[in-house]
Design a protein. Structure first.
Lengths: 330, 234, 288
C-alpha cells in the first residue's frame, strides 16, 4: 500500500472513531461543526464539478432550495418520507438545471452571461419561495414536522447528532467519489477542451451541449441532495439560508478559497470558512456579528489576486513540483 | 533612426522572431517582406511596444526603446497602422481622427494636422460624420493611415496595408504611401505584395520563419533569383 | 378587480424607478464596456455612499444637497479604489476570477457594514410632499430623483460624446489595443472610466437615499436587478441598458400592484432569462 493510501485510510479510521472520543461537554458542539463541514463540502464539490470547467454558477442556491423545500413540504403536507422526497427533489433540481442549461449551451451563453443567468435563476427561486408564503412560510421559513420520537428512520430525524455525523461522512465520501469519477472519465478531457476553447472543442467533434448539460444536471442533483441533508439536519428551512445570492456566493467562495481544481479543495475551503466563522463567533460572541464574513470576504479578494488556485490547490501544486524533480533519476 | 539589435520575441512558448537586427535611417522607406507566418507582424508589434522582446534591444533616435509600453512609443514619434486597420467602428470618421491625436503635443496642433490629412485624403473630409464601420475597405485603410498621421509621427509602421483591398485600390494605396513618403515621413512597411512594395521602398529585408534571410537595396533585392521566384512571381 | 388608477399610479412609479435604475445600469455598463468586467459589488458601493449621505445629513446636520455632493465624491473615490486595488492586479486573469474578486468585495462590504452599523434600516427623513395628479398620488422625492437621474444621464452622454477623454472611453470599449497605439495610457482611461462609473453610483446613492432607507443588504436588493438590466440591454450597450431599465422597472412596479412585490421581481427575472435565450446579445442586438 502506498503511503498516500495509508494516510487516507488512517484519516478515515480517525473520522469514523471521532464521535466516540471523549470530549467532555464539547462533543455536541464539535459534532455540529463537523457535520456542517461535511454537508457544505459536499455541496462545494457539487459546485466545483461545473466550476472547474468554466461553468461558473452564481445560482446554486436555487438547487439547494429546490431540494430542501421539496422534501420538507412533501413531508409536512403529505407525510411523504424524505427517502422518497429526495428522489423528487433531485429530479426537480435536474429538471430546473436542464431548463436553464439547455438554452444556455444551445445559444452559447458562457462566462459572465452564464454566471448572471444562474444568478437570476437563484433569485427567482428565492423570491418564489417568499411569494408562495401559504406553503413555504415566506421569509420566516418552515420547521420540519416532528416525527414524534427521538429517532425516526422514516422522517430522517434523530436527536443523536452521531447519526447525522455518519450520514454526513458518507455523503462527503460519496461526493469525493463522484468528483474523482468525473475527473477520471472521458468527460474530463472533453470538458477541459471546452473550458479552454469552445470553438476548438466543437470543431474536434465533441458534443459541447451534451457534456455541459450532463455536468450541470449532475451538479444540480447533488446540490439538491446537499440541500435535503442540510434541511434534515437543521430541521428548518428558510429562503435566505437555502436560496438566493448569499448562500450561492458562499458556496463559490469556499470552493475558490480551497481550490476548485483539486479533489480536496472544496473540503479545505469549506472547513476553513466554517472554522473561521465558528472561531470568531466563540471569541467575539454575537457582538461582532458580521466580522467573520468581513474577514473572509477580504480573504477571498486577496486570494483571487495572489493565489487564484486556492489554498489547497496551491499547496498541492507546490508539493507536486517538488516531488517531480526528486523522482526523476539523475 | 530606428535600430533593432538581435531581438528575439514570441508568444508563450512560441518564438516568432530569432535574433533579428534591423535599421531604418531618417527619411528612408524600408520594407520587410516574407511569407505568411514569417514573424512580420510580430516584428512591428515589438517595435510599437505591444509585446516586449525576450532578449535584444531596440533604440529610436539613439535612446533605448526596449520594453516601453505602446503609449510611450507613440509619444516618442512612432505611429503604427495595425494589421486589419483596427478602427473604432462605432465612432465617426472625425472622432477616429481625433483619437489619433490623443497625445497632448498632437492635440495642440490638431487643426493644422487635420488639414494636412484632409488634403491627403479628401474623402475623409467628405465622410466626416459617417461611422468608420460604414466605410469601404479602401476608405477604412485611408482612415487608419490618416489616424496614424494625426499623432504627428516621425516614423510610420505599416502592417499589411494592402490586405483585403481590391487590386485597383492597392495601386492607389501605394501611390498614397509614396506621397506620404515625399512629405518627409520615415516609413517601415510590412507587406506580402512584394512586387509593389519593392517599387516603393529604398531598402528591404526578407524575413523567413523568424529570421532575416537577406537584406539589401530594393532594386537589387528584386533582381535576386530567389526573391523573384519565391515572391515576386516572375 | 384592481382600480385602474392604481395601475396608472404603478406605471408612473415604474417610470420613476426606471430613471434611477437606468442610472445604475449605465454606470455599471460603462465599466463593463471598457474593462470587460462586471463589478458584482457595484450596488454595494452605492450603499456605502448612501450611508455617507445618511450620516452627514441626519447625524451631522449637513444640508441635503451638500450631503448628496459628498455622496457623489465618495462614489468617485470608491470607483478609483476598486479599480486600483482590486481590478488592476487581475486585469489579465480569467474573467471569472474578476467576477469572483468583486463578489468577495461584495461580501466584505456587506458584512463590514453589518458589523459597523448593524442591520438597522436608516433613512434620510426629508419632509417632501406627496403630489396628487389626476387621482394618482406621487411622491415628490421620486419625481425629483427621476429628474436628477435623467439630468445625470444627459451629463454622462455629453461627457462621452463631447470630451476628448469621453470619446477615448468609447474608443477603448471598441478596441482596447488600438487605443494604446494612439498614445493613450490604458490605465489612465480605465481610472477615468472607474471614476465616472463611481460618480454614477454616487449620484444614484444620493437619489436613492431620499426614497429608500439604507441597510447592509441594500446592495443585495438592488444588485441583481441592475445586472439583469445591463445584460438585457446588452453588456456595454448604453442605449440598450437605458431601455431595459424602464422595461424592468415597469414589470416590477405593475407586477407588484397586480400580485406581490416578489412576484413582480420573479416575472422580471424570468423575462430576463427568457430574453437571454431569445436575444443573448441584448434587446437591441441583431439576431445572429
Amino acid at each position: 500500500m502506498s503511503p498516500g493510501r495509508l494516510l487516507a485510510l488512517a484519516v478515515l479510521v480517525a473520522l469514523a472513531a471521532a464521535p466516540f472520543v471523549p470530549m467532555g461537554g464539547m462533543r455536541q458542539y464539535v459534532l455540529h461543526v463537523v457535520i456542517q463541514i461535511f454537508i457544505w463540502s459536499f455541496i462545494g464539490q457539487a459546485w466545483s464539478l461545473m466550476g472547474r470547467f468554466g461553468l461558473v454558477s452564481l445560482g446554486h442556491g436555487a438547487f439547494l432550495g429546490v431540494g430542501a423545500y421539496t422534501t420538507t413540504l412533501l413531508w409536512n403536507f403529505y407525510g411523504l418520507t424524505p427517502w422518497l422526497g429526495v428522489v423528487a427533489a433531485v429530479l426537480l433540481a435536474m429538471l430546473l438545471a436542464f431548463v436553464v442549461a439547455y438554452p444556455c449551451s444551445r445559444f452559447g451563453i458562457t462566462g459572465h452571461y452564464f454566471a448572471l443567468v444562474t444568478l437570476a435563476v437563484g433569485e427567482v427561486i428565492r423570491l418564489l419561495l417568499i411569494a408562495e408564503r401559504d406553503w413555504t412560510g415566506g421569509s420566516l421559513g418552515v420547521t420540519l414536522r416532528a416525527p414524534g420520537s427521538d429517532a425516526s428512520l422514516l422522517a430522517i430525524q434523530y436527536a443523536d447528532k452521531r447519526v447525522f455525523y455518519y450520514g454526513g461522512l458518507a455523503l462527503w465520501l460519496a461526493g469525493l467519489w463522484v468528483w474523482a469519477r468525473v475527473d477520471r472519465s472521458m468527460a474530463r478531457s472533453a470538458m477541459e477542451a471546452i473550458g479552454e476553447d469552445e470553438t476548438a472543442a466543437a470543431s474536434v467533434g465533441i458534443h459541447v451541449t451534451r457534456f455541459k448539460l450532463g455536468i450541470t444536471m449532475l451538479s444540480a442533483g447533488l446540490t439538491a441532495i446537499g440541500g435535503v441533508a442540510y434541511a434534515q439536519y437543521i430541521a428548518y428551512v428558510n429562503p435566505e439560508t437555502l436560496a438566493g445570492i448569499g448562500v450561492s456566493l458562499r458556496i463559490v467562495f469556499a470552493v475558490v478559497l480551497g481550490g476548485m481544481y483539486v479533489l480536496l479543495g472544496p473540503t479545505v475551503g469549506t472547513a476553513l470558512t466554517i472554522a473561521l466563522s465558528e472561531y470568531l463567533r466563540v471569541v467575539f460572541g454575537v457582538k461582532f456579528i458580521g466580522m467573520a464574513e468581513t474577514i473572509y470576504g477580504l480573504l477571498l479578494v486577496i486570494f483571487i489576486i495572489f493565489l487564484p488556485a486556492g489554498i489547497y490547490g496551491s499547496v498541492a501544486a507546490l508539493l507536486r513540483r517538488r516531488r517531480v524533480p526528486a523522482a526523476a533519476p539523475a | 533612426m530606428l535600430a533593432l539589435h538581435e531581438v528575439t520575441a514570441g508568444y508563450g512558448h512560441f518564438t516568432a522572431l530569432w535574433a533579428v537586427s534591423l535599421r531604418v535611417e531618417r527619411g528612408e522607406a524600408v520594407a520587410v517582406v516574407g511569407p505568411n507566418g514569417a514573424g512580420k507582424t510580430t516584428l512591428l508589434r515589438v517595435i510599437s511596444g505591444v509585446i516586449a522582446p525576450r532578449t535584444g534591444t531596440l533604440a529610436f533616435e539613439s535612446t533605448p526603446l526596449t520594453g516601453r509600453p505602446p503609449h510611450e512609443v507613440v509619444a516618442r514619434g512612432i505611429a503604427h497602422v495595425p494589421e486589419g486597420r483596427r478602427l473604432f467602428p462605432a465612432l465617426t470618421v472625425a472622432e477616429n481622427l481625433r483619437m489619433g491625436a490623443f497625445l497632448p503635443a498632437a492635440r495642440r496642433t490638431f487643426a493644422e494636422t487635420l488639414e494636412r490629412v484632409h488634403a491627403l485624403f479628401p474623402v475623409l473630409a467628405e465622410r466626416r460624420q459617417q461611422r468608420a464601420g460604414s466605410l469601404s475597405g479602401g476608405e477604412q485603410q485611408m482612415l487608419a493611415i490618416g489616424r496614424a498621421l494625426m499623432s504627428r509621427p516621425k516614423l510610420i509602421l505599416f502592417d499589411e496595408p494592402s490586405m483585403g483591398l481590391a487590386p485597383v485600390m492597392v495601386l492607389r494605396l501605394f501611390d498614397l504611401i509614396r506621397k506620404i513618403r515625399e512629405e518627409g515621413y520615415t516609413i517601415l512597411i510590412v507587406e506580402q505584395n512584394v512586387r509593389q512594395v519593392l517599387k516603393l521602398v529604398d531598402r528591404a529585408y526578407l524575413l523567413e520563419v523568424g529570421r532575416i534571410r537577406m537584406e539589401g537595396r530594393a532594386d537589387e533585392l528584386s533582381e535576386q533569383d530567389f526573391v523573384r521566384k519565391a515572391y515576386v512571381g516572375l | 378587480m384592481i382600480d385602474p388608477i392604481f395601475l396608472a399610479e404603478a406605471a408612473v412609479n415604474g417610470i420613476l424607478l426606471g430613471g434611477v435604475l437606468a442610472l445604475l445600469a449605465l454606470g455599471l455598463n460603462l465599466i463593463f464596456g471598457v474593462l470587460d468586467i462586471v463589478w458584482i459589488a457595484y450596488v454595494d458601493l452605492v450603499m456605502l455612499s448612501m450611508y455617507l449621505v445618511y450620516f452627514l445629513v441626519m447625524v451631522y446636520g449637513w444640508p441635503i444637497w451638500l450631503g448628496a455632493l459628498a455622496g457623489v465624491g465618495l462614489g468617485v473615490v470608491l470607483g478609483v479604489l476598486v479599480h486600483v486595488l482590486i481590478i488592476t492586479p487581475i486585469l489579465d486573469s480569467p474573467p471569472i476570477n474578476q467576477l469572483l474578486a468583486t463578489g468577495g468585495l461584495l461580501f466584505f462590504i456587506q458584512s463590514f457594514a453589518t458589523f459597523l452599523w448593524t442591520t438597522d434600516h436608516r433613512s434620510v427623513r426629508l419632509t417632501l410632499p406627496i403630489i396628487e395628479v389626476g387621482g394618482m398620488f406621487l411622491s415628490f422625492a421620486r419625481l425629483v430623483a427621476f429628474g436628477l437621474a435623467i439630468l445625470a444621464m444627459v451629463g454622462l452622454y455629453l461627457f462621452l460624446t463631447r470630451t476628448y477623454i469621453g470619446t477615448a472611453i468609447r474608443a477603448v470599449s471598441q478596441d482596447r489595443g488600438a487605443m494604446a497605439l494612439m498614445g493613450a495610457d490604458p490605465q489612465r482611461v480605465y481610472i477615468v472610466t472607474s471614476a465616472v462609473g463611481g460618480a454614477m453610483a454616487g449620484v444614484a446613492a444620493a437619489l436613492l437615499s431620499i426614497q429608500y432607507s439604507v441597510h447592509p443588504h441594500f446592495g443585495a436588493a438592488f444588485g441583481p436587478i441592475t445586472f439583469m438590466i445591463c445584460v438585457l440591454g446588452g453588456l456595454g450597450n448604453m442605449v440598450g441598458a437605458f431601455i431595459a431599465a424602464f422595461i424592468m422597472s415597469e414589470i416590477i412596479s405593475v407586477g407588484g400592484v397586480l400580485w406581490s412585490t416578489e412576484m413582480g421581481y420573479v416575472i422580471a427575472f424570468a423575462l430576463f432569462i427568457v430574453m437571454m435565450f431569445a436575444r443573448p446579445g441584448g434587446i437591441l442586438a441583431r439576431r445572429q
